[in-house]
Design a protein around this ligand. Structure first.
Ligand SMILES: [Zn+2]
Length: 273
């Protein structure tokens, strides 16, 4: 076991030192293949983080909204490329926070501020599909080992660093986790997310209309990009351009276009919040 850990640490050191220079180049594809955490380790970490999140944030006490959001999540994970994690979906009661994030292992949290920003079900599904994309591509393991090293992450998995878990839950996740992902990871999550959205029967255009809406809301607030969801490496403009490109791959059928779910969304969410 010791020898194995030592080996893992060397690999980590090599990966960490190579990461900075290779990120964003053709070589980053190679590093995207490496995930130093097993599924079991990811789930264990995610569970620990979720306890922290639910202690510091207020889970919305509205079963109908929680169910509605979970049902959307189930449709998306049914067509997601990763099936070995216990996905779950919870709404956090924070009307001024436009944010959503997933923990390692697929525990997803969506803030009521983000729910209010969406104007139909397809836009909410788009945000959720992007987060499922991060989970499916195992970005959490890559991101965490890159940020803090394998030894620390392994100690956290083993429950040796409860204080660390507590402080990281806020830093890494609620405060705009996307800032911690690399540019290549954000692109991959957008690409996987659009595929998941399309396969679940939602119009892929929902992903673009949501981004455009965020940009517009931000402009109205003076353009400070204060929303945590904007803490991404690719700028929103850059993401929209990439999504427009991706859209060519997913030509919406009339069934997709009839499935924005505007009325459903108004009834289930907008009239309730
Ligand atoms: Zn992201």
């Amino acid at each position: 076991m010791k020898r194995f850990l030592f080996f893992v640490m060397i690999v980590t050191a090599l990966t960490l030192s190579g990461c900075e220079t290779l990120e964003g180049t053709a070589g980053s594809g190679f590093f995207n293949q490496i995930n130093l955490l097993s599924t079991q380790q990811e789930v264990s970490l995610g569970q620990q983080f979720s306890v922290q999140i639910e202690e510091s944030e207020k889970v919305l006490n509205h079963p109908a909204i929680q169910n509605y959001v979970s049902e959307i999540g189930k449709k998306l994970i049914a067509v997601a490329p990763r099936q070995d994690v216990p996905y779950s979906f919870k709404v956090i009661d924070a009307p001024d926070t436009v944010n959503a994030f997933a923990l390692p292992g697929g525990y997803m949290y969506i803030y009521t501020g983000l729910l209010k920003t969406c104007s139909n079900e397809a836009e909410l599904a788009a945000v959720m599909a992007h987060e499922i994309g991060h989970v499916a591509a195992r970005h959490h393991g890559e991101m965490m080992t890159r940020q803090m090293g394998m030894e620390m992450v392994t100690d956290m998995v083993l429950g040796k660093k409860p204080g660390m878990v507590a402080s990281l839950a806020g830093q890494l996740f609620t405060a705009g986790v996307s800032a911690r992902y690399s540019r290549a990871q954000e692109r991959e999550a957008d690409s996987l997310g659009m595929e998941i959205l399309y396969r679940a029967g939602y119009p892929p255009q929902g992903m673009i209309s949501f981004m455009s809406k965020l940009m517009e809301a931000d402009r109205r607030q003076g353009g400070g990009r204060s929303m945590p969801i904007f803490a991404t490496h690719p700028s929103p403009e850059e993401r929209v351009a990439l999504l427009q490109e991706l859209l060519q791959r997913y030509p919406a059928t009339p069934q997709h276009n009839a499935n924005y779910g505007e009325d459903r969304y108004r009834q289930a969410i907008l009239s309730q919040l």
